[in-house]
Design a protein around this ligand. Structure first.
Ligand SMILES: *[C@@H]1O[C@H](CO)[C@@H](O)[C@H](O)[C@H]1NC(C)=O
Ligand SMILES: *[C@@H]1O[C@H](CO)[C@@H](O)[C@H](O)[C@H]1NC(C)=O
Ligand SMILES: *[C@@H]1O[C@H](CO)[C@@H](O)[C@H](O)[C@H]1NC(C)=O
Ligand SMILES: *[C@@H]1O[C@H](CO)[C@@H](O)[C@H](O)[C@H]1NC(C)=O
Ligand SMILES: CC(=O)N[C@H]1CO[C@H](CO)[C@@H](O)[C@@H]1O
Length: 549
């Protein structure tokens, strides 16, 4: 009998993140809210995001995502990997990279100060088995900030640091008590050894005259103490060109600076109060993020960036400054002969999104572009001509409110998890359903199910099911089938792993499917990844095998 050991009321309240995976009841990943389903010509690869809550939980109210973490998803919203517990504390800027010829994952882990948009921590690198192979800290006894980690030539990493330092700020309208300013620092590190190869300090090269946000009224810190230092420049991305020079995005100067990689001198400024370029139509940007070189054939330099055109704090305090009605991803060409900057393409948000912080623009190999709308918790893929062909929000229902995602990307990835696959066998009125999943696995094509029939481990084949998503299940129209186990089969027919052997348990159904007084709970049926709600228990049951014992 169901629930004989548990009062039904103990299952309430029902959180919307529940009932996603029978084999992994510990996982409550965000359910992507896909509002433009992927067109056939979206680029190949998976989505890499790390959504987090824009609101703090209170005793009376919980916000989404329930498990803020790095995630890998498919375009149809199916989970590939939950990084919850792999990366801990507060994790952001989750990406794939190549390091010494191998595919790796990296992510910032550390403390997050949403009021100032700063993070303090380190970068953790995982291999294809999701094992930690490196933790990289800033050089020169400094703390890595969350904004940037960019691997160059599979060998070095570009990072940045917000270093509070005392200074006389009275020339910029400060009182004598307002003494603290942020020195925005970039570093290039050898990933293997941690050796500091290059360091550049904004205060040595850029005067606070270039600041867009004044020390008063304090939108970028008002300088009263080291935790409230005036963030006059705020570097949020660093790239390095094939010429050995650096490209930095200084959000609070609304400019992109090119820095001499030998001397640290400023070669040119694009945008801001001292732009060296005449800005063509729609080039003008402000509070931008993620400036990257785009490979270009001719002598002109091409840059992609995310122009959020708005400023506000990540925790929603402080008033916002808007410079444009909506945010845009932009590709800009700069000509150092004519000193003109022209727009190549701008990518405009489907729902008129205006993000007040964060964001990224990724150019994909097939010419498509991914724009991630930062504080608005949304990501769009565009064709090169600017047509949106995929759009998703980072969580659904009430858990989708206020969810943010700093950067978002698409990459190919082969995941070969070291963690064991999960299996559970559940009995209900229909029979016995066996559910399997293997967090992070990208290689399994088919799951093969077996019954252990004697004490020597002899197996009887129960059936096989094509793997369609995170979890795969097989329904057996019978009860009391004893121990079951499953094998993951790869594309070549090779057995990739085997699960443990488990006994069937009585299935606890969602409160909404129960009759009687306990069914007053909000109804919820699982998301099948294609935007349709499917009844519980039918998900991914591809073949039904009858069996008698
Ligand atoms: C730092 O200064 C800010 C702004 O005046 C203030 O709100 C905060 O309490 C101060 N923090 C400390 C640790 O004194
Ligand atoms: C960078 O500085 C070096 C050393 O002074 C100089 O030779 C080089 O031309 C500079 N590069 C640019 C692009 O200005
Ligand atoms: C998905 O997002 C759209 C646009 O914000 C919203 O109208 C809709 O309610 C959301 N759906 C879910 C299931 O959260
Ligand atoms: C993924 O691999 C395919 C096949 O090699 C390639 O066409 C595609 O551009 C790759 N996608 C990304 C995001 O690099
Ligand atoms: C102040 C500033 O740079 N504002 C610009 C923000 O971006 C839009 C276009 O995205 C420009 O038109 C604004 O001038």
């Amino acid at each position: 009998m169901r629930f004989s050991w548990l009062p039904a009321a103990a299952l309430l309240p029902l959180a919307a993140a529940d009932w996603q995976f029978k084999s992994r009841t510990d996982l409550a990943p965000p359910r992507l809210n896909i509002t433009i389903p992927a067109a056939p010509d979206v680029e190949k690869g998976y989505l890499f995001v790390a959504p987090f809550a824009g609101y703090a939980d209170t005793a009376g109210e919980q916000h989404g995502p329930r498990q803020a973490a790095p995630y890998i998803y498919r375009d149809d919203g199916e989970l590939v990997w939950s990084g919850y517990g792999y990366y801990s504390i507060w994790a952001t800027n989750f990406q794939k990279a190549r390091w010494k010829g191998k595919d790796v994952l990296f992510c910032f882990e550390g403390d997050h100060n949403p009021g100032y948009g700063h993070g303090h921590g380190h970068t953790t690198i995982l291999d294809q088995h999701y094992e930690t192979i490196r933790e990289l800290r800033a050089g020169n006894h400094k703390l890595t900030d969350k904004h940037e980690f960019h691997v160059i030539n599979e060998e070095t990493a570009l990072i940045q640091v917000y270093q509070p330092v005392p200074a006389d700020l009275t020339p910029w309208g400060a009182s004598p008590e307002q003494q603290w300013i942020v020195d925005a620092i970039i570093q290039e590190l050898d990933i293997e050894t941690g050796e500091l190869l290059f360091e550049w300090s904004s205060l040595e090269h850029v005067s606070p005259d270039e600041a867009i946000l004044p020390i008063n009224p304090g939108q970028a810190g008002s300088g009263y103490n080291s935790s409230d230092a005036w963030d006059y420049f705020h570097i949020n991305s660093v790239d390095k060109g094939s010429d050995g020079n650096y490209l930095i995005s200084a959000r609070d100067a609304c400019s992109v600076h090119k820095i001499n990689g030998t001397t640290g001198e400023i070669i040119w400024r694009l945008g801001g109060v001292k732009s060296d370029f005449e800005l063509g139509d729609n080039v003008k940007f402000c509070f931008q993020h993620h400036a990257r070189y785009v490979p270009s054939e001719d002598s002109k330099e091409v840059i992609s960036l995310y122009d959020n055109a708005s400023h506000g704090t990540e925790d929603g305090r402080g008033h916002e400054v808007h410079t444009h009605p909506f945010s845009q991803g932009k590709i800009i060409e700069v000509d150092t002969i004519t000193w003109k900057a022209t727009i190549v393409q701008a990518f405009q948000p489907p729902d008129g999104l205006l993000s007040k912080s964060q964001g990224s623009t990724q150019l994909l190999p097939n010419g498509n572009v991914i724009v991630n709308w930062g504080s608005e918790g949304a990501l769009t893929e565009y064709r090169a001509d600017g047509t949106p062909i995929f759009h998703t929000y980072m969580d659904s229902g009430y858990l989708g409110l206020g969810v943010e995602n700093y950067r978002g990307f698409r990459y190919n990835w082969t995941g070969l998890p070291n963690e064991a696959p999960a299996i559970v066998s559940l009995e209900n009125d229909q029979g016995t359903t066996v559910y399997v999943s293997w967090n992070g696995d990208t290689e399994t094509r088919t799951w093969r199910f077996f019954n252990i029939v004697d004490d020597y481990g002899s197996r009887q084949f129960l059936g096989e099911v094509e793997r369609k998503g995170f979890e795969t299940s097989l329904l057996i129209k019978d009860h009391g089938i004893g121990l079951v186990t499953a094998e993951a089969i790869g594309a070549s027919g090779r057995v990739l792993t085997s699960t443990a052997a488990v006994k069937a348990k009585a299935e606890a159904l969602p409160p909404s499917s129960l009759s009687g007084p306990s069914s007053n709970a909000p109804t919820y049926t699982p998301y099948d990844g294609n935007g349709e709600q499917v009844p519980m228990g039918q998900k991914d049951v591809r073949r039904v095998v009858g069996m008698s014992t």
